[in-house]
Design a binder for this molecule. Structure first.
Ligand code: GRF
Length: 219
């Protein structure tokens, strides 16, 4: 089996990146993490990746003359590593339409809410403030806009009366660590793809809805 080469983009802690690296260490996983790239030199995830034996580097936007130059360096690095798919994992930059188009159907992101609700930051506090009863995470193809693009899969959990934003974030993060490796394996194996702006699945929809995790898997 030829494994698809994935570039993981991070800006911070890198726990989702670590979940992808761990999944890719499995013999039959259809992808390998070819490189980890951070836009912040102090991202903790850089050290974590290196400790797992994955090459990791920073491209500092401050050292680049604007977004175009940053994206050109990023593209060069991805190309030099033979990257075929991009997984954004807490990457805090907005892509130009040109970059998003170049990676159309080959770049995914994980977001800690049930999109299209709560794009942007502080999703857990905002969900609590609104009193929603279900919250969770989403993996989607990346389009130019922030936290937008065709949704591939979501994982949900109940919001409990005693939840704080931190507690909710902790429980959602556990779902993220399950969901992201699974969806990346679908993408790498060709089980999902983007066709005419819609997500096409090569498996039964009931298998996809199974991802709505019962409470037990979040605890
Ligand atoms: C995650 O909650 C992810 O969904 C969001 O940013 C956070 C990154 O956390 N996009 P980590 O760096 O993966 O630990």
């Amino acid at each position: 089996m030829r494994r698809q080469r994935v570039g993981v983009l991070i800006s911070g802690r890198g726990s989702n990146m670590e979940a992808l690296i761990r999944a890719a260490a499995e013999k039959n996983y259809p992808a390998e993490v070819a490189t980890v790239i951070s836009d912040r030199p102090d991202a903790a995830g850089l050290t974590t990746a290196q400790a797992q034996g994955v090459e990791a580097m920073c491209i500092d936007p401050k050292a680049c003359a604007g977004r175009e130059a940053f994206e050109a360096s990023l593209q060069e690095q991805l190309q030099s590593k033979g990257v075929e798919l991009i997984a954004c994992a807490g990457f805090m930059r907005i892509f130009s339409d040109g970059f998003a188009m170049r990676w159309h159907g080959r770049m995914v992101n994980i977001h800690p809410s049930l999109l299209p609700s709560y794009r942007g930051l502080d999703t857990h506090a905002r969900a609590l403030a609104d009193g929603v009863k279900l919250h969770g995470c989403t993996v989607h193809f990346v389009s130019g806009a922030v936290d937008a693009g065709p949704i591939i899969a979501q994982s949900a959990l109940p919001v409990l009366p005693e939840d704080t934003a931190d507690e909710l974030a902790r429980r959602v993060l556990r779902l993220e660590h399950e969901l992201y490796p699974m969806v990346l394996s679908w993408l790498a194996s060709g089980a999902v793809s983007l066709k005419d702006g819609r997500v096409a699945y090569r498996f039964a929809v009931k298998d996809q809805t199974r991802l709505l995790s019962p409470m037990s898997s979040a605890e």
